[in-house]
Design a protein around this ligand. Structure first.
Ligand SMILES: [Zn+2]
Length: 439
């Protein structure tokens, strides 16, 4: 069974690769922000590209609906273009996990992303560098030093601010999930047998047999953010340690930054003293801050309490699913008027590169984030978005096979809305590279 599943995963990954809209990305002109040489055999690789350096930037960000705004998207796109002219090809990936935890699910995602990139772009570039940006969000008080590079002792978080990450209370969400399990008493099927969740021990059995976690759920499998200021640094250390001891990653050039995004100033603050240097990322973030100053009115939604209209479960590759397309679809579906606000702010988004592996369960923070969106933000409409119909189907299957997520769907009458990038691109007459949000 297990072997079969593994085999299936590989096939899925391959399918995921071949699902890419290759023909659209093999051109390499100045108007194309994204390109991929997936379909080109090595011998045909573009000469000029071979002399280019590649940088893969992976953002580990929060599911929060406010975690993305139009200034960020526009600025990042422009800098991708500028860097291309300098001979540096930038790829962006985003993993959205409630609370931006470097949990096992996030680590697997990062690893998978790096592996896929190695397979896809082998021989295409002179050199590849990987950057992982761990980013939390919180509201700093007026006395805080909000310089781009700042130190945590010079900062203070406004207690209880709605701009702080909701996952400061993640363990409470965990307690609510435990309560749901004990009240709803779901029947769980595992390779080691079928049982009903009735007691605390059953919850532990569920965690062990399905999620490969030994221990308790609340406060253990799902932990709260301890301190917003130290959280991204801690996640950075966790990741660094994993990379150091993993032979598949230790030889790669991987750099990790840690930052906190303050929605009240629409700016990122690096909490790692600016080490390691990340020129592309730093240029983009500094520029976003500068532009946001002038655009405060347009960005007001980012500094308000998050009030998303729907949830979105998607993939971390912006070529395969896009938050803005999903938001556009949702507005049309509900006949809502777009008042000019940035649509993506209306969506609470969890994403991962393995979200289409139907028999692998979701991790703790995907589950906590999904539950939080449904139970606390009342997002009973949840869009599920893969690249095409098949991929979306596998994602829906994964939700139905994950006992906690399936129970959340059942208990709260969640309406899973299957959508796919391919159909929406056609519907809105857009090409992927325009629709892609960069991050
Ligand atoms: Zn958050």
């Amino acid at each position: 069974m297990r072997e079969q599943n593994e085999q299936r995963s590989t096939t899925n990954e391959q399918r995921l690769l071949t699902n890419k809209p290759e023909s659209k990305f093999t051109t390499f002109d100045s108007n194309t922000l994204f390109f991929s040489q997936t379909s080109l055999p090595l011998s045909k690789a573009n000469k000029s590209q071979q002399q280019m350096k590649q940088e893969v930037h992976i953002l580990l960000g929060c599911a929060d609906a406010r975690d993305l705004n139009q200034v960020q998207i526009d600025t990042t796109r422009e800098f991708i273009k500028k860097y291309k002219e300098k001979g540096i090809h930038i790829e962006m990936r985003v993993i959205r996990i409630a609370g931006s935890f470097a949990s096992r699910e996030a680590i697997n995602d990062i690893k998978r992303t790096i592996e896929i990139n190695q397979r896809e772009t082998y021989g295409n570039f002179d050199k590849t560098e990987y950057y992982i940006h761990i980013q939390t969000h919180g509201h700093l008080d007026d006395q805080s030093n909000k310089d781009y590079i700042s130190h945590i002792y010079e900062m203070n978080i406004v207690p209880g601010s709605p701009l702080n990450c909701g996952m400061l209370e993640a363990a409470s969400v965990g307690i609510e999930i435990e309560q749901m399990l004990l009240e709803e008493r779901p029947l769980v099927e595992t390779p080691r047998g079928v049982f009903r969740v009735d007691t605390d021990e059953d919850i532990q059995r569920l965690l062990k047999d399905v999620y490969a976690h030994e221990g308790y759920l609340a406060g253990d499998w799902i932990r709260s953010i301890d301190k917003l200021r130290t959280h991204p640094r801690l996640q950075k250390s966790v990741l660094e340690q994993v990379i150091r001891t993993d032979p598949a990653m230790s030889r790669l050039n991987i750099k990790i930054t840690a930052g906190i995004q303050d929605y009240s100033i629409h700016g990122l603050i690096r909490l790692d003293n600016g080490v390691p240097k990340a020129p592309f990322w730093d240029d983009v973030q500094r520029e976003i801050r500068k532009r946001s100053e002038k655009k405060k009115g347009d960005l007001s939604m980012q500094s308000q309490k998050q009030k998303p209209l729907a949830g979105l479960v998607s993939l971390s590759d912006p070529q395969l699913s896009s938050r803005s397309l999903a938001a556009q679809y949702y507005f049309d579906l509900k006949g809502l008027e777009n008042n000019g606000a940035y649509l993506a702010n209306t969506v609470f988004n969890i994403s991962g590169s393995g979200f289409d592996l139907p028999y692998a369960p979701f991790g703790p923070y995907a589950n906590a984030g999904f539950f939080y969106g449904v139970a606390h933000l009342n997002l009973t409409d949840q869009m599920v978005m893969g690249y095409d119909e098949e991929q979306t189907e596998r994602m829906i299957k994964k939700i139905s096979k994950d006992p906690i997520m399936a129970l959340t769907v059942k208990k709260y009458n969640v309406n899973l809305i299957p959508i796919n990038q391919k159909t929406l691109l056609e519907k809105y007459d857009r090409v992927a590279e325009e629709a892609a949000e960069v991050f």
